[in-house]
Design a binder for this molecule. Structure first.
Ligand code: ACO
Length: 322
């Protein structure tokens, strides 16, 4: 039987930095308000032509290089995104072509901010089932394209970017389990109106804009995240004190602090990028993961917990022995 190992990580950010002060030039907000409520200081915003597939492709190339393999070794590409280049075909098929792949399969996953954790779960299950050997999992977003730039309650919170991992099958050995130990997914569609886009084929608008009841989302976030983390740990016989690194979805510094406090984790065990990236939806977990792998914080043998929550509501976690 097989388990899945993450053998390489990569990421890519647009070069355009937009600070809180710059936003305060066009909307009624301030650096103080944004930093105090969210911890966000700046975000990257894609330029014209810098679409989700473009960011995803760069992150993918990065991850393939880190893994030391080429695109022809892949048999599956999964892109988690809520801002696809087009309604169809999937952004994953565009990335497949950009990578020059001749075979394999490619599809998108839509779970908004939880998209990367969902996609990682799908990749892990394909590998465990023996249906794929080497899978590229990407979270990529241009949230700036679905924001209402006149709504100060939402437009200050998001940014653009992409992160990717290469996941590969490995024969299960005799020792302690390694790689992706388990994944845990949840959703509650009754709460879909807390966070949604008011456009799309089922509406009378085209792309539409992101709408959010921020307080309500916040309330559910800390509770759901803490509970899915505990679920992931206990499924593997671990407790909070076994965690080396928490790699959370980066929505808001207050949600991160609240979750860490609830779990009894120290701040220096939590990978935090929200002050520089803001909320990049499905890209935030792989962006944070890549940063902590590249700067040497995450080391082989450590226990890494990824978690996320987003529109749907959807939430989930993945526990990895690195
Ligand atoms: N600048 C200045 N003032 C603002 C801004 C802004 N950018 N945005 C809102 N305000 C004002 C409001 O108009 C309101 O003013 P009023 O009292 O005169 O009506 C006041 O600030 C308070 O607004 P609230 O929305 O109640 O502020 P709150 O303290 O709840 O903070 C926030 C808002 C930061 C959105 C918070 O609710 C939050 O973090 N929610 C979590 C949502 C989230 O992170 N979602 C991300 C997607 S989901 C996910 O990824 C988990």
């Amino acid at each position: 039987s097989y388990c899945s190992r993450i053998i390489g990580t990569g990421s890519h950010l647009p070069d355009q930095v937009v600070t809180n002060e710059q936003l305060a030039e066009t909307i009624d907000t301030s650096d103080d308000w944004i930093v105090d409520r969210t911890g966000i200081r700046e975000r990257r915003i894609a330029r014209e032509g810098e679409t989700t597939s473009v960011l995803a492709f760069q992150a993918a190339e990065n991850a393939l290089e880190a893994a030391g393999i080429s695109a022809k070794d892949l048999d599956l590409v999964i892109v988690a995104t809520t801002t696809p280049d087009n309604t169809f075909p999937s952004t994953a098929t565009k990335v497949q072509a950009m990578l020059g792949m001749e075979g394999g399969a490619a599809f998108d996953i839509q779970a908004v901010c939880s998209g990367f954790v969902y996609a990682l779960a799908v990749a892990d299950n394909f590998i465990r089932a023996g249906q794929a050997k080497t899978v590229l999992v990407i979270g990529a977003e241009v949230m700036s394209r679905i924001l209402d730039w006149s709504d100060r309650g939402t437009c200050v919170l998001f940014g653009d970017g992409a992160g990717a991992v290469v996941v590969q099958a490995e024969e299960v050995g005799a020792g302690e389990p390694v790689g992706i130990l388990s994944t845990h997914l949840h959703s509650d569609g009754k709460l879909r109106d807390l966070l949604y886009v008011d456009g799309g084929p089922g509406t009378n608008k085209q792309v539409g804009h992101l709408r959010m009841l921020g307080r309500e989302v916040f309330r559910h976030a800390v509770t759901n995240l803490a509970s899915v983390v505990v679920e992931a740990l206990s499924a593997n016989g671990y407790t909070q004190s076994d965690i080396d690194w928490l790699v959370p979805h980066q929505a808001n510094k207050r949600i991160l602090d609240g979750t860490a406090r609830k779990l009894g984790l120290r701040e220096d065990q939590v990978v935090i990028t929200v002050e520089r990236h803001a909320n990049t939806s499905a890209a935030s977990v792989p962006l944070a993961l890549d940063e902590a792998v590249r700067d040497g914080r995450i080391q082989k043998g450590q226990l890494v917990l990824m978690e996320a929550m987003g529109g749907g509501l959807t939430w989930g976690a993945a526990l990895v022995r690195w």
